[in-house]
Design a protein around this ligand. Structure first.
Ligand code: BGC
Length: 272
């Protein structure tokens, strides 16, 4: 259970892909720190509304609203930020999290599956980060709520460094996010904008159901996880809450792996 510190009181966060899995957990975590939250979604509006309702009605939380937006579409992203700013006054925290997989062997991968994954996972993160930076620069410092002008937290993946056969489109986007995030840091840190990534390993969400829905699958997966348990969305949510808060103020341009050690290549424990 997340400790309630109210570290984000008076701030507003946009979380994309916030109506399921990791995005949902991040939305709850930020809300429980006192932030107002935009629950971005593309399908299942009822789930987004339910999360917004829950956050708004928990005593400790900020207020949340659901906004539909395809993050790969420039006009929709611009409009989402406009609605968020109209409603809450500004945006302080942006979590470009929406992502999807369209898996196939490379020689069988359709261009449309390559393109869709790039559009959502990479272009979507660019568009959201860009709008967030525009708003941070327009609004100026708010020292009463944060020592930073604004915070961007990209959702990446262990596959930003672990190659992934059969998922080249997905891995390519996550590799791209590293350079996007680090370049943003280099360019905007002087303005006191912080830009970091969280790189989750195997987290129990709908995206990887076949990796955890039988005991056999879990046993196979655990071979890849030194800590010997699958992650839960809250593992990522609590990291995001800390990364958005001033407690991590001097952390910038960094990827935090939330993966139970997956990136330590457990296959080499008794091999190599
Ligand atoms: C993918 C999951 C996968 C995990 C570890 C994530 O980025 O979305 O499907 O289980 O990486 O391989």
């Amino acid at each position: 259970m997340q400790k309630i510190n109210k570290r984000l009181l008076g701030q507003t966060a946009i979380v994309t892909g916030a109506n399921s899995g990791i995005g949902e957990a991040i939305a709850y975590s930020l809300g429980r720190e006192g932030a107002n939250v935009i629950i971005n979604y593309i399908s299942h509006p009822e789930k987004a509304e339910e999360i917004a309702h829950n956050i708004s009605n928990e005593d400790c939380c900020g207020t949340a609203i659901a906004i539909k937006c395809d993050v790969s579409k420039e006009d929709q992203v611009i409009n989402m930020f406009k609605r968020a700013i109209d409603h809450f006054g500004t945006v302080d925290i942006c979590v470009p999290n929406a992502g999807l997989q369209r898996d196939a062997s490379l020689h069988e991968m359709k261009l449309e599956d390559w393109q869709l994954v790039l559009d959502v996972n990479l272009t979507g993160q660019f568009l959201c980060a860009r709008e967030a930076i525009r708003e941070f620069l327009r609004r100026g410092m708010r020292p009463e709520v944060s020592s930073s002008l604004g915070k961007i937290i990209h959702t990446s993946s262990v596959h930003q460094i672990i190659p992934w056969a059969g998922h080249a489109n997905y891995a390519a986007t996550k590799g791209g996010i590293v350079m996007l995030m680090e370049s943003i840091c280099q360019e905007y840190a002087p303005y006191k904008i912080r830009c970091n990534s969280i790189a989750p390993g195997a987290i129990k969400t709908p995206i990887n159901k076949e990796a955890w829905d039988t005991q056999e699958a879990i046993d196979k997966l655990n071979k890849l996880i030194p800590y010997k348990r699958i992650g839960i969305p809250e593992d990522v949510g609590s990291t995001a809450a800390w990364l958005a808060s001033d407690e991590s103020e001097y952390i910038n341009g960094t990827t935090i792996f939330v993966d139970g050690g997956m990136t330590c290549y457990p296959g080499f424990t008794e091999n190599g």
